[in-house]
Design a protein around this ligand. Structure first.
Ligand SMILES: [Zn+2]
Length: 362
């Protein structure tokens, strides 16, 4: 299995974030991808390649142009306004009902950001851009016939909405990959199998994408982006938002809207859930995906479900991760793995490589 990664993804290094009432060292650190790369080499999973540059168009297919302009210019505008060189940290957040849309950087930071763990620094745009390009490159590998590929996305993406950053996420890599596959389901010059040319399923059916999010936290951004779509199924296993971040999305009653009704499935889970109960829920989620009969599977791969994770409260052991990979392999779908969270730094590489090795062994 190919892993896709660009060195610019290491350059985003905020010093701190605000968590549980205190400033702490930034947990989404550049040590994370280094640990994962080491574990992938040790597990002899396959080559690590640099992403190709697909440009901004596939990112614009998911994110609002005014939000992308903000991400690219925010740090320079922040510094020009005489604010802290540590990065763009909003101090006031927009809420529904507020009437004014500020033009200045202070207000815009609060308009486009929903927490204090997602500061924009001088290197953030470049890191997020190449993280998205890694996702696109992995998606194209799979579209072109690879059974699976791993985008070592960092910064992660699943909390980012079309026009909002939060939860360490700036660009929604899984959504960008899904939209790319929805728009480019087969290579332009490859003939369709004869059996599919006359099939009524060709068209909508052939473009169906399933996104399975196994990060500890609900993938609120991905859900929001596809909430009114029936061609992209979003299924997420995560901590109950009554208890955990991102708090305002992730309930089991969120099933999609309009045409998308019935194409969004959330499995909020209790604290302390163990391997057996987690894997039983994953089986249920996989059955739902199989029933949707997608052409491709995208996995938002977070391993902050691990029992020792500083941001989680599940109790998964290291041996759960190869079993998660094996469970996903049973779907027998071309699969793009997109890296999301995981902060137990010493076990992070082994847990990620565990999922990918478990999948590869099938
Ligand atoms: Zn997470």
């Amino acid at each position: 299995m190919h892993t896709v990664f660009h060195p610019a993804q290491l350059e985003h290094n905020p010093a701190r974030e605000f968590l549980d009432g205190a400033w702490i060292d930034y947990l989404e650190s550049s040590r994370r991808p280094r640990m994962i790369l080491d574990a992938i080499a040790q597990a002899q999973l396959g080559p690590v390649i640099a992403p190709d540059d697909f440009g901004l168009a596939p990112i614009r297919a998911v994110h609002a142009g005014h939000y992308l302009d903000y991400l690219q210019s925010a740090y320079d505008r922040w510094i020009a306004a005489g604010r802290s060189r540590d990065g763009v940290y909003p101090d006031t957040f927009y809420k529904p009902g507020f009437l004014h849309r500020p033009g200045g950087i202070g207000g815009q930071a609060g308009l486009y950001t929903f927490d204090l763990s997602t500061p924009i620094t001088a290197s953030t745009w470049s890191a997020a851009y190449w993280s998205a390009q890694s996702a696109l490159t992995a998606a194209r590998l799979v579209r072109d016939g690879a059974p699976a590929a791993f985008a070592l996305c960092r910064p992660p993406g699943h909390h980012a909405h079309a026009d909002l950053c939060g939860g360490y996420c700036f660009l929604n890599n899984a959504a960008i990959a899904a939209e790319y596959l929805a728009q480019h389901p087969t290579p332009p010059d490859s003939p369709l199998p004869t059996s599919e040319i006359g099939s009524r399923e060709w068209g909508v059916g052939s473009r169906r994408i399933a996104i399975l999010d196994v990060d500890f936290h609900h993938g609120n951004g991905t859900q929001a982006i596809f909430y009114r779509r029936s061609d992209v199924l979003f299924v997420s296993l995560h901590a109950d938002p009554d208890r955990q971040y991102p708090y305002f999305m992730g309930g089991s009653d969120e099933r999609g809207e309009g045409e998308g009704e019935g194409f969004n499935w959330n499995y909020p889970l209790p604290a302390g859930i163990d391997d057996a109960r987690y894997l039983a829920t994953l089986d249920e989620a996989c059955a739902r995906i199989a029933g949707f009969a997608p052409r491709y599977l995208i996995v938002s791969l977070g391993v902050d479900t691990f029992g020792g994770d500083p941001l989680g409260d599940f109790a998964l052991t290291g041996s759960a991760f190869p079993r998660i990979g094996a469970c996903l392999a049973q779907l027998k779908l071309p699969t793009v793995f997109i890296m999301e969270g995981g902060y137990a730094i010493e076990q992070l590489g082994a847990n990620v490589a565990g999922v990918l090795s478990g999948f590869a062994r099938g």
